[in-house]
Design a protein around this ligand. Structure first.
Ligand code: SF4
Length: 227
């Protein structure tokens, strides 16, 4: 894993960011990111923040008002209901009102257990909150990280997402959580594409058991496209 991290660092640098300290905001942002791109997610998020004074106001608002605010982010009916039910659930269960800062005082497994007990919150969303907002040791495994990691042999083929999260955390050197997440994601977007990975130009090819195994399929797809 250290060799992989170092190789990715040569290509993409070593991304570093301080945790931002706003776990409720991260939770809502991650819900808004589902099935859309970063731009639409951000438009929806800032419309929501403009429309309501604070998270308590979002929690108390009728769902259709939340839905209207976040419409540019897509599937707004589902997301608005989810956001409201999460904010209500946090208020009911945290023992600290509508706040999640207290998670920083808990162990990572305790914090994961609490977050995944919230409605519609899975391991990826929990990992985003713990890593990006609170600087805790967790690694979000999204669609890019899961695809690249599976091709690199980090994960069992067709492993469920919870298993990939456990495996990723076990493999990641302490302190490299953000860097590995960011750089595997970048590699998935730029080189190790879902349909046509560019193995010929890939800096990881020599350490990747899947290198060049897609080329026949890629040629066949290209041939079919030319007919
Ligand atoms: S060699 Fe190919 S399959 Fe392996 S990481 Fe690079 S692009 Fe992905």
């Amino acid at each position: 894993m250290r060799a992989l991290r170092d190789r990715l660092r040569l290509v993409y640098g070593a991304p570093g960011a301080e945790s931002h300290g706003h776990p409720i905001a991260e939770l809502v942002l991650t819900v808004l990111s589902q099935s859309t791109n970063d731009r639409n997610r951000d438009v929806a998020y800032f419309r929501l923040r403009d429309r309501f004074a604070d998270w308590q106001a979002v929690r108390e608002a009728p769902v259709d008002e939340i839905e209207e605010a976040i419409r540019p982010g897509g599937i707004s009916k589902v997301k608005s209901a989810r956001i409201k039910s999460i904010l209500l659930a946090v208020t009911d269960t945290s023992g600290h009102g509508l706040a999640l800062d207290w998670l920083a005082q808990r162990s990572v497994p305790e914090a994961q257990d609490y977050l995944t007990s919230l409605p519609g919150v899975g391991r990826k969303t929990a990992a985003c909150v713990l890593l990006f907002a609170l600087g805790m040791r967790d690694v979000p495994v999204d669609t890019h990280v899961s695809r690249v990691g599976t091709r690199l042999g980090l994960f069992r083929p067709r492993a469920p997402f919870d298993e990939m999260h456990d495996e990723m955390l076990a493999l990641t050197p302490r302190g490299a959580e953000l860097e590995l997440h960011m750089n595997l994601l970048r590699h998935g977007r730029r080189t190790c594409h879902a349909r046509r990975p560019e193995c010929g130009d890939c800096a990881l090819a020599r350490m990747c058991p899947s290198a060049h195994t897609f080329e026949g399929a890629t040629r066949r797809a290209a041939g079919a496209g030319g007919r």
